[in-house]
Design a binder for this molecule. Structure first.
Ligand code: ADP
Ligand code: AMP
Length: 218
């Protein structure tokens, strides 16, 4: 079986994590979120986590060498033998190039790159109300996808918190960084014939249905 490596692309708040988690359950492939790995390291106060924090706090990207090593290490684990759903990586052309080279060494390649297209206004609005479970990282949105009990995760009962980098000034900087450093990946993957552009501004279930249909048709 050819391994399936899917990269979720889009601005911060476009719904990459939400869709990656659903897709991971449907396809039985691990979801790999570079942001989650950095946050887990920060929670455990590892040197990697403390280093990443100095960049994450302002919405800047963690340097490529650190990020690439961390994700390649994760991808080399046995649970990725059949592929993975990547969310938040790659975020620069250097990261995309490193990923292509690493996959080529094991005879694999990036399979498809769904791009979730959502307006800047909508992502700013979504991130203002994003809440994350401290325990299982499930994602909520106070207006569009609220938890059944305020402040508690529906899935595991964990405490919901607001990410420090979802404050409005940091969100604006993250959007700026996205356009400057990550948006060139749209052209990169289009040129490789693997880009799938999707309207990410619809309800979560509608986007998931479009995503599954697009992957099937591709
Ligand atoms: P990303 O991983 O791209 O930063 P998330 O998946 O964390 O984005 O989604 C950002 C916020 O928007 C979360 O609070 C999530 O619950 C919410 N969200 C995700 N998809 C949608 C959608 N289609 N419509 C409305 N809100 C959404
Ligand atoms: P995310 O959870 O994807 O929104 O990422 C949160 C933050 O982690 C980003 O603003 C960056 O500071 C850092 N980060 C996550 N993924 C990457 C990456 N691929 N390259 C560089 N920095 C990253």
């Amino acid at each position: 079986m050819t391994p399936l490596f899917i990269i979720m692309l889009g601005a911060p708040g476009a719904g990459k994590g939400t869709q990656a988690r659903l897709l991971s359950e449907t396809l039985g492939l691990p979801q790999i979120s570079s942001g989650d790995i950095f946050r887990e390291n920060l929670k455990n106060q590892t040197p990697l986590g403390l280093l990443a924090k100095t960049y994450m706090d302002s919405g800047a990207l963690v340097p490529d060498d650190v990020t690439i090593n961390m994700v390649m290490d994760r991808l080399s684990r046995p649970d990725c033998a059949n592929g993975a759903i990547l969310d938040g990586f790659p975020r620069t052309l250097a990261q995309a190039d490193a990923l292509d080279k690493a996959l080529a060494t094991v005879g694999a390649q990036v399979s498809k790159v769904p791009l979730l297209e959502v307006s800047d206004e909508a992502v700013i609005n979504r991130l203002a109300g994003r809440r994350v479970c401290r325990n299982c990282q499930a994602m909520y949105q106070l207006e569009f996808n609220p938890p059944q009990v305020a402040g508690k995760c529906d899935k595991c009962g964990g405490e919901l918190y607001r990410r420090a980098d979802d404050e409005s000034d940091t969100v604006r900087n993250r959007l700026f960084v996205y356009y400057k450093q990550t948006a060139p990946l749209v052209g990169y993957y289009f040129a490789h014939g693997v880009l799938l552009s999707l309207n990410g501004a619809r309800a979560i279930e509608a986007v998931q249905a479009d995503l599954l249909a697009a992957l099937k048709a591709a």
